[in-house]
Design a binder for this molecule. Structure first.
Ligand code: SAM
Length: 326
């Protein structure tokens, strides 16, 4: 699949639930805490069918996200099913890590290659403030479990928030170095209206980089190193450590190499995380659409993929990151 701007779409991010065992305010604002009704959520058979169709259209990488995907019942069965779809060569999970002590080996055995774990703070109180839950020990145990399980790739993701986790940048860099993990810092995205998204809380990747450089010295750019996403990578001097920066809001080239499409847990195809555009594929699916009709649906959505995101202009009151899948 290719859009009007030459983006080749090979990566599908699939949110399988809007439910989560944490309550990160930037993802799930306090005033919007009811879950979607179960019948509005794609069941596993529907999810697998849509991923198979996407794979037939050239998608080779799938990342399972949410909500917290590991809270969904029988998630390992779904993962096994996705790994068995011809053409899917890379399967990842994004998680807050708290349930990895239970699931890590099962996920690897089911076919997961890479795990991205959210970690915004190493300070227990700050972690609890940001996530709404006192689960830092569980998240750290989850990171240990992921490392011990031996996934091909384990990455840590930290959302930058001025005044909330600014003092955590250096400890997080050290923590990642000690475990030989790739750490990425992500700019806060205004995916829904909530108090934490005010400009006072925003910390640019440039600000974060300067702070890290004031401690470690100038970071060494690694312009040729890329994973399958929009991060730009740097090496920490005198260390064999790579850290990434995801400048969703300030990097003007952020969308240039976008290869993604998103499937929300309630069956909407989204051509871009940072645009209000989304198209309901659940209804045609449940109304008996053929594979060819669903393929055409995918192609029509890709045709509407915008040149770049529109976070600043298009807030989406009522559309939570937790349902879209970050
Ligand atoms: N529960 C899983 C987790 O914690 O990774 C998967 C879902 S979560 C929505 C995926 C990622 O999106 C997390 O790294 C989270 O920090 C990030 N995220 C959520 N809301 C965000 C926002 N408003 N801006 C930037 N990143 C956000």
């Amino acid at each position: 699949m290719e859009d009007r701007f030459g983006h080749r779409i090979s990566y599908l991010r699939v949110s399988i639930t809007d439910r989560c065992n944490e309550r990160c305010s930037y993802c799930m604002p306090r005033e919007l805490q009811e879950w979607l009704p179960r019948e509005e959520i794609l069941n596993y058979e529907e999810t697998l069918r849509l991923i198979r169709i996407a794979a037939e259209l050239g998608v080779s990488k799938v990342r399972i996200t949410g909500g917290e995907p590991l809270t969904r019942r029988d998630v390992v069965d779904l993962i096994r099913g996705i790994a068995a779809i011809p053409g899917i060569r890379d399967l990842g999970v994004s998680t807050n890590g708290t349930l990895l002590p239970k699931f890590a080996p099962q996920l690897r055995d089911a076919g997961v290659r890479s795990v991205n774990i959210s970690l915004d703070s190493l300070d227990r109180q700050t972690y609890a403030q940001i996530t709404g839950r006192d689960f830092l020990p569980q998240a750290l145990a989850g990171i240990d479990a992921a490392v011990a399980t031996g996934f091909e790739q384990v990455k840590l993701n930290c959302v930058l928030m001025r005044g909330r986790n600014e003092d955590q940048l250096i400890p997080l860099v050290d923590f990642a170095a000690e475990r030989d993990l790739t750490l990425r810092f992500i700019e806060l995205m205004p995916v829904t209206t909530t108090d934490v998204l005010s400009d006072d809380n925003f910390m640019s990747i440039l600000h974060a980089r300067r702070r890290i450089e004031s401690h470690f010295g100038p970071l060494i750019p690694e312009p040729t190193f890329r994973t399958n996403g929009p991060a730009t990578y740097y090496r920490v001097p005198a260390r064999n450590q790579r850290i990434g920066f995801i400048g969703a809001m300030t990097n003007l080239h952020f969308c240039e190499d976008c290869n993604k499409l998103r499937l929300t847990c309630d069956g909407k195809l989204r051509p871009c995380l940072g645009s209000y555009l989304e198209f309901d594929i659940l209804q045609p699916l449940r109304n008996g659409a053929t594979d060819d009709e669903l393929k055409q649906f995918f192609l029509d959505v890709v045709e509407r993929k915008p040149a770049q995101h529109d976070f600043r202009e298009n807030y989406q009151p009522g559309r939570k990151m937790i349902a879209i899948g970050g």
